[in-house]
Design a protein around this ligand. Structure first.
Ligand SMILES: Nc1ncnc2c1ncn2[C@@H]1O[C@H](COP(=O)(O)OP(=O)(O)OP(=O)(O)O)[C@@H](O)[C@H]1O
Length: 960
């Protein structure tokens, strides 16, 4: 069992290169002792000129390409920015070469080593390392990176570095790791290096409190800061959040996830209520049944999980929910050298009291076949104590004693079942029976699983099928199994029972964490990272498919703008190759499995036939690795994943893709006298993959495996179930906000303070971090706080300048240096640089005293002009303000006048109208007087009454 890393190394140099995965082909590193690549006659000055010319030519070429594509279509924009990137890279190198500056050269052991350029060829650069003994490395141009001026100064956020590349990232992580600072940011992504020892106070109660409510970046990088960010985002955006924790086995994913749970329950729980306790307690229980010692991790989770912590409308913890994926079933029957079966088997053997031991027929682990094959004991594991912990965890989860006893019976039943052996009985050739020596094991297994021993034996050595008569369905026929088939049936039963028991444990945990009134949740995904070994089978295929999906999601989220570029480069093709309907590997596997006589060879050939010339698929015989070339075309295939090419052996794909038992075996467990065993196989009531709803009720898993036919045709597709689970998970992730944590394993020896650079670099590349840096270059990747920039350079400038406030100080420098406005952006507390510009800026400030003097003169003159302009501007502003005040005053009078007029009109209009009317009446009365004057009779009386009327009208006028 070679470790992932070892096999990665082998693959990287040969196999992957051979199938042309471009990013990795370029990683080949050669160590040379040769003197150089240019002509020995050349003088040093000539050489330097040559260097400049060549690098300049590359930069020019890239410029020309960019020029030809003046107004590029959208899809070419990514290409153009890459041209820019490369140009910066080459120019950076040319400067380093000219100035004899340090560069990072790839190194097979340390990942990258510091050196100086000593020579340049048309394809490669010769670098002499600085550390002794000196090495001469010949490296391709694009694998060489300029180093920071202070290569021993670390930063909390990698983006604060001047040169952003995988070499400086690796160096920064190394510097911090050596100081026990295991966490580092790359913008919002957290890199967590497993320290393999308890870093003092790192997870103390005070630390938990210290991160509460703090924005990312205000405190040193920490997993708590990510937990708090998720919590604050959940509250602010009223949306669920997901934290994706990834990394290879032993990198610290599960521990990281546990720290997040602890942080959230401590800070945002209803103060040590039962639910919080249960969320924390669920870990030892799940680990007891789902974890095992492997060569890479003494407590390796052999399943993936997505744990949701639910919050109510006050944003306090209200419950939890766990979804689990892909328990490694092969481990139940066989383990590799130095590895163990699931912890619970050893713990039960070691920790059960005498009565339980007697009841379950337990003996020493080496007496059980399923435990004999791997390592029996690990000095670091205390099985007796751990048994007590698991037992307590079950009680805390609300499991009654009788239920615990039932669970232990099933565990012991699996162990006894494993001890059942078969032999060919003497009477007839090919007839198989249980050996007399193992009959007690059969009886014990039958008793513990609640089945009849005779029926169990019959079901293990025969299988039933339906006879087809002339196309019509016939009666049931029992067919005898061969020796190897009987052993497979036994193992299949053991795997089915145990894996369903694990499903049941998860189900019970979920029932113990009911959440009511959940408003939103924070989910933590802890799933194995991309892996490949010398021999890869269905398990690796599934986990790598899952990682392809997660990487696609990572690209979608982190590198949104680059989607078109990704599409162009065909990163989604691999997922299609695996899951497409009609031609995808899962589809073809299911189709083959449904046939009466499925054949792995036909399946493999079908994969090639249905995916002719697929870029992601290759024949193992075309690999450079000898072990791959030995594989026939129908024995396996090679897939080019995003992280590298993996060769899969397909011989067990069909078997491992089938979750169904022989019909007769399934029938007996379904009729078991043990209620627990019956419920494990009672699919309708939520046996396999059943889930618990918010109210704690059981519901059947959606999109579960499809069951087809009976007898030989019985088939439940593991692949379809996983595909459906993964689709559900992706939907969940897409509907949440996301944070990413990349866990790194510092060494394969699992010890503290040992940094194995090449391995770590390879993990950074596999987790997509190296490409993140690359693609961040499209924006303003380097950033630094005004204060920091000020501290960095204030000593180099005279007091007159260094007295200025940091923001002005920075602004001043930028303008004085005449930097292009497009190359940087001023934020509230930070300045952001375009790729390479921070370094350029730094170089300007670090040049020789003559240049500095000129620069200071420039800065001073700029400062005078700046202040003069500012004074001018202020004066002008005051004048403008004065004019504005005068104008406003004038306008105010106008407004007042108009308003007053309007108010008057409004007030007097009715009287004026009244007067006008009365006035016209009076005029008519005056004319009446004339008429009265001409009267003969009653003249006086009439005149009098007219006068009275006139007097009255006058009175009215007066009154108005
Ligand atoms: N933050 C940490 N501080 C101290 N030790 C740690 C830390 N993280 C991990 N470890 C150590 O590393 C071991 C492996 O960690 P963990 O089980 O979390 O890895 P993993 O990535 O989940 O592995 P697998 O995928 O195999 O389950 C732990 O048992 C613990 O000893």
């Amino acid at each position: 069992s070679t470790t992932v890393r070892q096999s990665l190394e082998v693959n990287k140099v040969s196999s992957i290169g051979s199938v042309g995965c471009p990013s990795i082909t370029q990683q080949a590193v050669h160590i040379s002792t040769g003197s150089g690549l240019t002509s020995p006659k050349q003088t040093p000055q000539g050489k330097q000129q040559d260097i400049l010319n060549r690098l300049g030519a590359v930069a020019l070429g890239l410029d020309q390409v960019a020029h030809q594509l003046k107004s590029p279509p959208a899809q070419d924009k990514g290409f153009l920015s890459r041209c820019d990137l490369l140009k910066n890279h080459y120019l950076g190198l040319s400067k380093s070469a000219m100035d004899g500056k340090k560069v990072w050269a790839p190194h097979p052991k340390e990942g990258y080593k510091l050196g100086k350029i000593t020579d340049l060829g048309s394809e490669n650069v010769v670098v002499e390392t600085l550390s002794s003994p000196k090495e001469v490395l010949t490296v391709p141009y694009n694998r060489l990176f300029p180093s920071e001026e202070y290569d021993n100064k670390d930063v909390e956020d990698n983006c604060a570095l001047m040169y952003l590349n995988e070499a400086t990232l690796l160096n920064n992580i190394r510097l911090r790791y050596m100081k026990n600072a295991i966490y580092t940011y790359v913008a919002n992504i957290l890199i967590a290096v497993n320290p393999y020892f308890e870093v003092p106070k790192l997870y103390a109660k005070d630390t938990i409190k210290a991160y509460q409510g703090k924005s990312l970046g205000t405190m040193p990088p920490h997993v708590f800061a990510i937990g708090d960010k998720a919590y604050r985002d959940m509250k602010a955006f009223k949306a669920s959040q997901a934290i994706i924790v990834s990394g290879e086995s032993g990198s610290g994913k599960t521990e990281t996830a546990k720290h997040i749970f602890k942080y959230l329950t401590e800070n945002y729980g209803a103060h040590a209520g039962p639910i919080e306790q249960r969320i924390v307690e669920s870990n030892p229980l799940l680990e007891g049944f789902g974890n095992a010692k492997t060569v890479r991790n003494n407590n390796s989770s052999r399943f993936g999980k997505f744990v949701e912590i639910h919050f109510d409308n006050r944003s306090l913890v209200t419950g939890g929910y766990i979804s689990h994926y892909l328990l490694e079933k092969s481990r139940i029957c066989v383990q590799s050298e130095g590895e163990r079966n699931y912890h619970i088997f050893y713990r039960l053997c070691a920790g059960a009291d005498a009565a339980l031991r007697q009841k379950l027929g337990l003996v020493a682990p080496d007496q059980f076949r399923y435990l004999q094959i791997g390592a029996l004991k690990d000095i670091q594991l205390d099985d007796v104590k751990d048994f007590r912990n698991v037992d307590k965890a079950m009680t805390d989860m609300g499991l009654a004693d009788s239920e615990k006893q039932d669970i232990y019976s099933v565990v012991a039943g699996v162990l006894h079942l494993g001890n059942v052996n078969f032999e060919e009985s003497g009477q007839a050739q090919g007839v198989v029976s249980v050996t007399p020596a193992s009959r007690p094991s059969l009886d014990k297994a039958a008793q513990l699983l609640g089945v009849d021993p005779a029926r169990l034996e019959e079901s293990l050595i025969t299988r039933i099928t339906q006879a087809a008569r002339g196309g019509a369905q016939g009666g049931i026929v029992r067919i005898a199994l061969r020796l190897d088939e009987a052993a497979s049936a036994r193992d299949a039963l053991a795997k089915a029972v145990y894996s369903r028991l694990f499903d049941y444990i998860v189900l019970r945990v979920n029932q113990a964490l009911p959440f009511s009134g959940s408003q939103s949740y924070i989910g933590v995904l802890d799933i194995a990272g991309f892996e490949y070994f010398q021999r890869n089978s269905y398990e690796q295929f599934s986990i790598n498919y899952c990682n392809e999906k997660l990487q696609q999601f990572f690209n979608e989220r982190v590198l949104k703008e680059e989607q078109q570029l990704y599409q162009k480069e065909g990163l989604n093709d691999c997922i299609d190759l695996i899951e497409a309907k009609g031609s995808g590997i899962f589809y073809l596997l299911d189709e083959q499995s449904k046939l009466p006589k499925p054949s792995p060879e036909t399946f493999t050939l079908e994969v090639y036939a249905k995916n002719k010339n697929h870029f992601r698929l290759a024949y193992p015989r075309k690999s450079k690795l000898k072990s791959h070339r030995e594989l026939r075309d129908d024995e396996g295939f090679l897939i080019r994943h995003f992280a590298g090419a993996v060769c899969y052996h397909t011989d067990q794909f069909i078997e491992k893709n089938n979750d169904a038992l022989h019909a007769s075996l399934e029938a007996i467990v379904k009729q078991s006298s043990s209620g627990l065993v019956r419920s494990l196989f009672d699919d309708a009531a939520g046996g396999v993959g059943a889930t618990v709803a918010a109210d704690g009720s059981v519901r059947k898993a959606g999109g579960g495996g499809s069951k087809i036919g009976t007898g030989k045709l019985a088939f439940i597709s593991v692949g379809s179930k996983f595909k459906a689970q993964l689709a559900q998970l992706m939907d969940k992730l897409r509907s949440t906000g996301t944070c990413f944590i990349r866990c790194i394993k510092p060494n394969v020896r699992m010890v503290d303070h040992l940094f194995e650079g090449a391995d770590i670099l390879s993990q950074l590349q596999c987790s997509g971090m190296a490409s993140v840096l690359d693609l961040m270059q499209q924006g303003y990747p380097s950033r630094t706080k005004f204060d920091e920039l000020y501290q960095l350079y204030k000593g180099r400038l005279p007091p007159q300048l260094s007295r200025l406030d940091p923001r002005l100080f920075c602004k001043l420098l930028f303008h004085a240096l005449g930097l292009n406005e497009n190359d940087f952006k001023f934020g509230i507390s930070k300045v952001f640089f375009r790729p390479g510009k921070f370094a350029e800026f730094d170089q300007l400030l670090r040049s020789d005293p003559e240049n500095i003097a000129a620069l200071v003169a420039k800065v001073k003159s700029w400062l005078v002009r700046y202040r003069w302009r500012k004074a001018q501007y202020c004066t002008w502003e005051v004048v403008k303000l004065r004019r504005k005040i005068a104008w406003r005053r004038e306008m105010l009078v106008k407004v007042q006048k108009t308003m007053r007029m309007w108010i008057c009109v409004k007030k007097y209009r009715p009287r004026i109208r009244g007067l006008a009317k009365v006035q016209s009446l009076r005029n008519r009365l005056s004319s009446m007087n004339d008429i009265v004057g001409q009267l003969k009779a009653d003249k006086d009386a009439a005149k009098k009454s007219v006068d009275t009327l006139i007097a009255e009208v006058d009175g009215v006028v007066k009154q108005i």
